[in-house]
Design a protein around this ligand. Sequence first.
Ligand code: NI
Length: 165
Amino acid sequence: MALLEILKYPDPRLRIKAQPVSKVDAELRRMVDDMYETMYHAKGVGLAATQVNIHHQLFTMDVSEGQDQRICVLNPEIIFREGIQYEGEGCLSVGGGAFDKVERALKVKMRGLDLDFKTIELDAEGLMAVCIQHEVDHLNGILFIDHLSRLKQDRIRKKIEKARR
Ligand code: NI
């Protein structure tokens, strides 16, 4: 296994729309293992392939306390949304300590494929629902900060530029 480099905003590659996965082979399984390792190492609860410069529709997630409940979804689709929540969100691809509340659905139903290419459906709420919406956004080239006000986005961008100097 290997740690993968996580792309950082404002890297334009974070804006690429991911393509559907058409088959699961040894290479893809290895990549998923690397994504889990990278995600746990970075202390994240979710990682979209886009963030490691792989433009296929898949993400890894583990929102459990013990970090022992791995979920990997290929070609995820949110097929139902209900309610509203405002949870604080951050992102491994956005530096500058950016963390803010984003409007998300409280509950979602997601459909996708597992690593055996079998259809799976997942009902999620709370943190897991936030994570799913955040990762599906990544696969569409959308970052959580895109949901914030222009003013807040400018502040984050300035902080990141300053930290770079
Ligand atoms: Ni993220």
